[in-house]
Design a protein around this ligand. Structure first.
Ligand SMILES: NC(=O)C1=CN([C@@H]2O[C@H](COP(=O)(O)OP(=O)(O)OC[C@H]3O[C@@H](n4cnc5c(N)ncnc54)[C@H](O)[C@@H]3O)[C@@H](O)[C@H]2O)C=CC1
Ligand SMILES: O=C(O)CCC(=O)C(=O)O
Length: 535
């Protein structure tokens, strides 16, 4: 069955063509995002949801989205999506991080000019026939200091434009390296220095707990008199009432505001003030940017729904379309290793160590680790996948260590998972054979070579005669067919294990008959619901 995607905001029709051309069924309902109740009613029918900023992907919507696998934001900011709730439900959230960056940077520069020369007011006055040449005295931009708060994709484009306009560009961004600043031809500064020195300040950070209200009364007090401020990032970065006061007092000479604390903004303390230029969140509104983001989001979502490739996900490591087929057998192996450890572990897990050995060490191990954690947690919570597993492991206080060794031994690649509880440490290792199927190759340090089947039984016992006979007889009597039987031991007469792949689930009373034997320490039924396992 073809996956179904709902487009619930206004997106270029290019997106619809790409979905349809890629084998995805698509419903284009650009106004549905504004109708919360109707959206709640229909969301259960879709595997994907493509949005811009009008659709609010709340926890309530996510709970109703029983089939949803991916939310694609045609744009950058994902503050309209409850990412923790989506992650917990195993839903990937993707954005298109570059498609509208140039357009948004250009809008910031446009607002800077509009404020420097009071263009909208001058236009209105001229068209009203007033010819007020003396009223609209502007300022030059050349030689002025432009302070950029947040120098990521958009901030860096603004920086380059600022340098091109012969401005002195300074930037505050804790993640901006000195090398990158030098490469951009700008100066990296601290925030207080930026406030003190800038003639123009432009904001380009995401909205986070740290950036919310970064421009408030106290910040404005530290700025140069007559500073001009531009915000094309997110409304809540500026406390609008504080900015309005500072404009009225003349401390701030003007502001260009594209984004508001509450959107759509039908009222704001900034409205009607002299030299405040407002636009209705138009930063990304060019035909070029909208084509880019629509095309990109539709390609990314189709790639994920059809081929399992993950690009630009906020809550999941990327997997390219090329690496997906190579990675898939190892994803399944990692999930089987996790599932084995999860099913034989009865106490709370305190830590997990995953070692990648050989050529698998060069693969996308973040994705493999997520798969191993998903397998591990699935024995306790059925509704978990590679997206939700890392967050669930963290919530359970499980410490995670990942190591890679590019030398391999007997096997070209293998993965070893070690699970530590308060009582014991348990390890299981596996590889992928040339048939693409996962194999267990070591359990508790004991070597074996066991095909993974949907239904299995794992026993631990003393290495003594008669165990094969016991298992064969008890299972035979119960009508349980053994498809594969693997044994291993640490030394003759020492600790031994058996791993049996059986054609049907083994009833508890049959396992009790096995457990009753004096040489058997434990007998566990196992189930592996992974695509490529036998059975
Ligand atoms: N007005 C509009 O229509 C549009 C608005 N945007 C908004 O622009 C913002 C920036 O987008 P991009 O440049 O693509 O993001 P980005 O992730 O490439 O850059 C953001 C930068 O902010 C920095 N940053 C984070 N916390 C900071 C802090 N406390 N202080 C200073 N810097 C901090 C980061 O290190 C990063 O370099 C986003 O919030 C996005 O939602 C994006 C597109 C269109
Ligand atoms: O889709 C839009 O018009 C808004 C774009 C935006 O704010 C973003 O990409 O973060």
């Amino acid at each position: 069955m073809a996956p179904r995607v709902l487009v619930s905001d206004k997106l270029s029709k290019t997106a619809v063509q790409i979905f349809a051309g890629g084998g995805v069924e698509v419903d284009y309902m650009p106004d549905l995002g504004k109708d919360k109740d109707k959206l709640l009613e229909v969301i259960g029918q879709y595997d994907g949801l493509a949005i811009r900023s009008a659709t609010k992907v709340t926890e309530k919507l996510i709970q109703a989205a029983t089939r949803l696998k991916v939310v694609g934001r045609a744009g950058i900011g994902v503050d309209n999506v409850d990412i923790p709730a989506a992650s917990r439900k195993g839903i990937i959230v993707m954005n298109t991080p570059f498609g509208n960056s140039i357009t948004t940077a250009e809008h910031a520069i446009a607002l800077m000019f509009a404020v420097a020369r009071q263009l909208p007011a001058a236009d209105a006055s001229t068209q009203a026939g007033k010819w007020e040449k003396n009223r609209f005295m502007g300022v030059e931009i050349t030689g002025k200091t432009l302070g950029i708060i947040g120098c990521g994709n958009i901030g860096a484009i603004v920086a380059a434009r600022g340098v091109g306009l012969k401005m002195r560009v300074i930037a505050f961004d804790p993640f901006l390296s000195a090398d990158r600043a030098a490469h951009l031809g700008i100066e990296k500064v601290e925030l207080h220095d930026l406030f003190k020195r800038s003639d123009f300040i432009t904001l380009h950070t995401p909205m986070t707990d740290k950036t919310k209200g970064i421009i408030d009364k106290a910040a404005i007090a530290r700025m140069k008199d007559g500073v001009r401020i531009v915000n094309c990032a997110r409304g809540g970065l500026i406390v609008e009432a504080d900015l309005a006061e500072a404009i009225k007092s003349g401390k701030v000479a003007g502001a260009g505001v594209d984004v508001f604390e509450v959107e759509p903004a039908t009222d704001s303390p900034l409205f009607g003030l002299d030299n405040v230029v407002c636009t209705p969140h138009l930063g990304a509104a060019t035909s070029e940017a909208q084509e880019n983001v629509a095309l990109q989001v539709a390609e990314q979502m189709s790639d994920y729904l059809i081929r399992g490739a993950v690009a630009n996900a906020i809550n999941m490591p990327s997997i390219t379309a090329e690496e997906a087929p190579i990675l898939t057998p190892f994803v399944q192996l990692a999930e089987c290793l996790g599932a084995f450890a999860g099913q034989v572990t009865e106490e709370a897990i305190t830590s997990v160590e995953i070692t990648y050995d050989g050529s698998v060490a060069a693969m996308n191990t973040r994705a493999l680790t997520s798969a191993a954690l998903a397998g591990l947690i699935k024995s306790q919570v059925s509704d978990v996948n590679m997206v939700s597993a890392p967050i669930m492991a963290k919530e359970r206080g499980i410490q995670l260590t990942e190591s890679r060794r590019d030398r391999s031994g007997v096997f070209d690649s293998y993965i070893k998972l070690t699970v530590v509880t308060e009582k014991q440490t348990r390890s299981v290792a596996g590889t992928v054979f040339s048939d693409g199927k996962p194999r267990f190759i070591q359990i508790k340090g004991i070597n074996l070579d066991a095909e993974v089947g949907r239904h299995m039984v794992y026993t631990t016992n003393n290495d003594a005669p008669g165990i094969i006979g016991l298992l064969g007889t008890v299972f035979g009597k119960a009508g349980v067919n053994i498809a594969n039987f693997q044994l291993g031991r640490d030394r003759p007469g020492g600790n031994a294990i058996a791993l049996l792949y059986v054609d049907s689930p083994v009833p508890e009373d049959v396992l009790d008959a096995v457990r009753a034997h004096k040489e058997i320490a434990s007998a566990k039924p196992l189930r592996f619901d992974v695509a490529d396992v036998a059975g």
